[in-house]
Design a protein around this ligand. Structure first.
Ligand code: FHN
Length: 483
């Protein structure tokens, strides 16, 4: 296995094959024969079928990612030392032997976990779906698994299945539930893949003999049986399967075996990280918002609130509510979804800075959600920023310099302008008008009092009140001709 491919996980998924080249032509999405050993739903469905399958997800715009597992016990430190890196990687980053890591399970008793409250938190934040780590790279299943005993029901004193409790609550509270599953990396089962860290040696980058074994056997004995359990034991969940960190161990043939299973669930949505040349449904930029989104594609930026996915007791570097809300608006204006992470602690509690920010975001969405959910991207385009002529980004390409004055989202007969920087002269000016405007008001103004609009060149001036109605973003609604 080549180091490069082990290290650039997402690039590997993104670089996959020419199957998608003919996507979205005419009625069939794929007009060219696929070279996949097992054609996936994306290879065979029509555009109309794809649109119907993706509809709820496209309208949702905002979801909760939950990274929760045994790693919340060490919470970033091992043998009294802080371990650099994200919390859920502690086993790999600190080269913890398999037996020592597995010894965490008898100490895991998260009695403060409350599925009702977590689902209610997601709902109060205005989130429309949840994706939880059912098994992360450490190989520990957060669900009742007959396929492998290293799971929360069999290996811990807790003996409960939080995935089942969440699935029931999501059903009751009317929100979709998806499962993250680390199909490729598994650091505690023989043959599971491992990314390189520090001085871990090729070809497998294992740090404990107990990890050595055959990758296909791992897939057949553990990963595929567990995925079957996840797909069959939880009622209408999962709505989403969120794969992660593909390596080139995942050949097209092996991935095809997983796809054959996924194909049995025709409503299922899955991301672009399965590997084996499958592209899935969604692009998954991680910890960034692409300058122009992915025009014509479904995409989801996943991001942490601080600098870790799994709980780390010393990570208090939380983004402000303002940043998080701007991210959501920015992403929606580019046609994507925001999958924002929480990392519960070893008792199952959501850190207070995370729930506080989620409640604050929900308050904004209670008033302004109409400008986010079910919208399509901006009709303008330059407001998000521009590429620098002189500065280069990490990838050597011109750096994107974001502008934070306003964003725009669209519906059939409305254009929403989310104003971050209130104009000093009280006049909001648009240089161009993609549609005819028949009226304007502020979404946060319950009376929808009409604002004065004046044509100005090819664009429009809107007379605003002297002060913003919301310190983070005030939404101006333009009533427009139909698209
Ligand atoms: O290695 C993981 C990481 O721990 C985390 O789960 C993120 C979430 O997208 N995915 C991987 C890195 O790309």
């Amino acid at each position: 296995m080549k180091l490069l491919q082990r290290s650039i996980a997402v690039a590997l998924a993104g670089a996959s094959l020419a199957v998608a080249s003919a996507q979205l032509e005419g009625d069939k999405i794929n007009t060219k024969p696929t070279s996949h050993p097992v054609p996936s739903i994306q290879d065979t469905e029509t555009k109309a079928q794809r649109d119907a399958r993706m509809q709820w997800w496209r309208e949702a715009r905002f979801g909760m990612f939950i990274h929760w597992g045994l790693y919340s016990i060490p919470a970033g430190s091992w043998n009294g030392k802080q371990v650099p890196g994200v919390g859920e990687w502690i086993m790999n980053n600190a080269s913890i032997p398999v037996a020592d890591y597995k010894a965490l399970a008898p100490k895991f008793n998260p009695t403060a976990f409350n599925a009702h409250d977590i689902v209610a938190l997601a709902k109060s934040a205005g989130m429309k779906y949840i994706v939880i780590t059912s098994k992360h790279h450490d190989g520990f299943a957060m669900f009742d698994s007959k396929a492998n005993k290293f799971n929360i029901v069999d290996a811990t004193p807790y003996h409960r299945d939080p995935i089942r409790e969440l699935a029931e609550e999501c059903r009751k509270q009317g929100i979709k539930l998806g499962f993250y599953y680390s199909q490729d990396q598994d650091w505690t089962y023989p043959g599971g893949a491992a990314y390189k860290t520090g001085d871990h040696k090729p070809p497998k980058y294992h740090w404990d003999k107990a990890q050595d074994g055959d990758y296909a056997t791992y897939l057949h004995e553990k990963a595929i049986p567990q995925m079957k359990e996840l797909l069959t034991n939880y009622g209408d969940a999962p709505a989403v399967i969120w794969f992660d960190t593909p390596t080139d161990d995942m050949t097209p043939k092996l991935a095809g075996e997983i796809v054959a299973l996924l194909n049995k669930y025709p409503k299922l949505i899955w991301n672009n990280r399965l590997g084996g040349t499958y592209m899935g449904d969604t692009e998954t930029p991680e910890q960034y918002i692409p300058a122009n989104g992915y025009p014509g594609k479904d995409w989801e930026s996943c991001m942490t609130m601080n600098d870790t996915w799994g709980f780390k007791s010393d990570d208090t570097n939380f983004k402000s509510t303002e940043t998080l809300l701007r991210n959501l608006i920015d992403i929606a204006s580019k046609g994507g979804n925001y999958l924002l992470n929480i990392g519960p602690d070893s008792m199952g509690r959501v850190p207070a800075p995370e729930s506080e920010r989620l409640h604050a975001m929900g308050k904004w969405l209670d008033v302004n959600g109409e400008a986010i959910y079910g919208t399509t991207p901006t009709l303008f385009g330059d407001e998000a920023g521009s590429f620098s002529r002189t500065e280069k980004g990490k990838d050597g390409k011109p750096k994107f310099i974001a502008s934070w004055k306003w964003r725009s989202t669209t519906k059939a007969d409305k254009v929403y302008i989310e104003i971050f920087e209130w104009p000093a002269d009280g006049v909001f000016h648009l240089d161009k008008l993609p549609r005819q405007v028949s009226g304007a008001y502020l979404l946060a103004d319950k009376s929808h009092r009409a604002l004065k609009t004046t044509r100005s060149g090819n664009g429009l001036d809107v007379q605003l009140p002297s002060m913003a109605l919301d310190p983070i973003a005030t939404v101006l609604v333009l009533k427009t001709s139909k698209s």
